[in-house]
Every structure is written in C-alpha cells, then in structure tokens.
Ligand binder design. Structure first.
Ligand SMILES: [Zn+2]
Length: 101
C-alpha cells in the first residue's frame, strides 16, 4: 500500500492556507468503503484497496511500541469526524472517519 510522508512548502498567500478545509482538499485519511458485491472488477479492486488500507495503514500495538503496556505512539487515538488543527500540537491531526451506515 502506498502512502506518503512529505513536507509541503506553500505560498503564505494561498487562500484558506492553515484551515481544515485546505487540508481536506489535499489529504484523505479514510478507510475505503467495503464493497457489498464483488462481482465486478471495480468492486474486487475496491476490496483489495480496503484490505490493504486496513492491513498496512492502521496501527496495531505490538512489542515495538508498547512500553510498560502503553503505546509510545500514543495509540489508540479517537476517530475524528472532521479534520482539526491546533497550535498547541507540533503537528496537525489529519484523522477523518467516514462512518459506515
Ligand atoms: Zn502502539
């Protein structure tokens, strides 16, 4: 599963720079839909994408991150329904979650 670690240098005059809406236009952090019907090639591809995201892009605590039975990556983290940004943190919380209906 491809994913990207990157540093973007943006023009400070970019409209909406520093807003959650701007981040949402650039980055998606959602679990793809699981197809109910896998009869078509597109649905099978969607299932493969879902399987890869769940397998490789979700943190699962193990002996590498657990210190005194606590995750040193600070997981689990709560899902967020919206992208949020905080000046208190050194990074931007990009978590978004699309609830399954
Ligand atoms: Zn962990």
């Amino acid at each position: 599963m491809s994913h990207l670690h990157c540093l973007l240098i943006l023009d400070k005059d970019t409209p909406r720079l520093g807003t959650p809406e701007f981040v949402d236009d650039l980055i998606s952090a959602e679990i793809p839909d699981y197809p109910s019907d896998q009869a078509t090639p597109a649905a099978r591809q969607q299932k493969r994408l879902y399987d890869q995201v769940v397998k490789y892009n979700l943190h699962d605590c193990n002996e590498w991150c657990l210190v005194d039975r606590k995750c040193n990556k600070r997981f689990p983290k709560e899902f967020a329904f919206e992208t949020s940004m905080s000046r208190k943190r050194r990074h931007t919380l990009l978590t978004s979650f699309k609830p399954r209906l």
